[in-house]
Design a protein around this ligand. Structure first.
Ligand SMILES: Nc1ncnc2c1ncn2[C@@H]1O[C@H](COP(=O)(O)OP(=O)(O)OP(=O)(O)O)[C@@H](O)[C@H]1O
Length: 241
């Protein structure tokens, strides 16, 4: 089977504390600027992961364990400090609701903007435009500036654009939480459809029942490290222990 995503020894460090008192900064300065004024920590530490084409993988773990950071590395919106990430085919999905949308543009213009960011040609967007709007159920609000959209409306339009890009790899980060129940069901049905078509899925969610239904494999992160990689039911069982 072909590899769809290859994460190799990826580490990502963040600054834990940006601000210090003037006194602390002064002491640090007169002592010859020894040491690092800001503490750092690893949100991801030496993470390696290979995901085959057609696999559906849930990234699981407690708050702050590094799931979203890992998903951002896979999507390419964030680069690792060290290590490499490789993906095969078009990658799309919802990482942060509203990311890639311009608040002052209408829903219509944002479909074109977001579609282009996700790799669609203008002709492809024109061709799929009606279907995108229909799936989103945004209706008459398509010509409203998106800054006036509710978070659910953002989600609807962003999800609809993402699925219409015909991605090989689809990434979903806890996004369904803001959608209402009928739309959540519709999104889940669409995600299953993508999985059935042999697309690769990576899902971040705290809804263990949901991920157990849509994913086969579970990867458990703890403080930025992969501590378990097994069938999703086993990882869910460990999390519930
Ligand atoms: N841009 C950033 N700058 C500084 N720290 C960050 C940044 N992004 C994430 N972090 C930190 O990295 C750690 C991992 O965050 P991440 O969002 O990946 O966790 P998560 O497992 O998705 O958590 P949750 O379940 O709460 O969504 C957290 O401690 C978070 O505060």
């Amino acid at each position: 089977m072909t590899t769809a995503i290859e994460v190799h020894n990826v580490s990502k460090e963040f600054v834990l504390r940006h601000t210090r008192s003037i006194k602390e900064a002064f002491v640090w300065f007169v002592k010859g600027r020894k040491g690092d004024l800001s503490e750092k920590f690893f949100a991801l530490k030496d993470v390696s992961l290979e995901i085959k084409q057609g696999e559906s993988v849930a990234l699981l773990g407690l708050n702050g364990s590094g799931k979203s950071t890992l998903l951002k590395q896979i999507s390419g919106v964030m680069l690792p400090d060290s290590g490499t990430v490789g993906t095969r085919g078009r990658v799309a999905g919802l990482i942060e609701v509203g990311a890639g949308f311009h608040p002052d543009l209408s829903g219509r213009d944002n479909v074109f903007l977001n579609g282009a960011i996700l790799g669609m040609s203008e002709a492809e967007i024109h061709e799929k435009f009606d279907s995108i709007v229909e799936f989103s159920e945004i209706g008459q609000f398509i010509d409203t500036e998106v800054k006036f959209y509710s978070s659910g409306m953002y989600l609807r339009l962003a999800f609809s654009v993402a699925v219409h890009t015909d991605p090989e790899v689809f990434l979903v980060d806890e996004i369904l939480a803001v959608g209402d129940e009928p739309f959540q069901k519709k999104c889940l049905a669409k995600i299953r459809e993508l999985a059935d078509e042999g697309k690769t899925l990576v899902v971040v969610s705290h809804d263990l029942d949901l991920v157990a239904r849509i994913c086969e494999r579970g990867v458990l992160l703890e403080r930025g490290k992969v501590v378990m990689d097994a069938p999703v039911a086993d990882v869910v069982a460990r999390m519930r222990r």
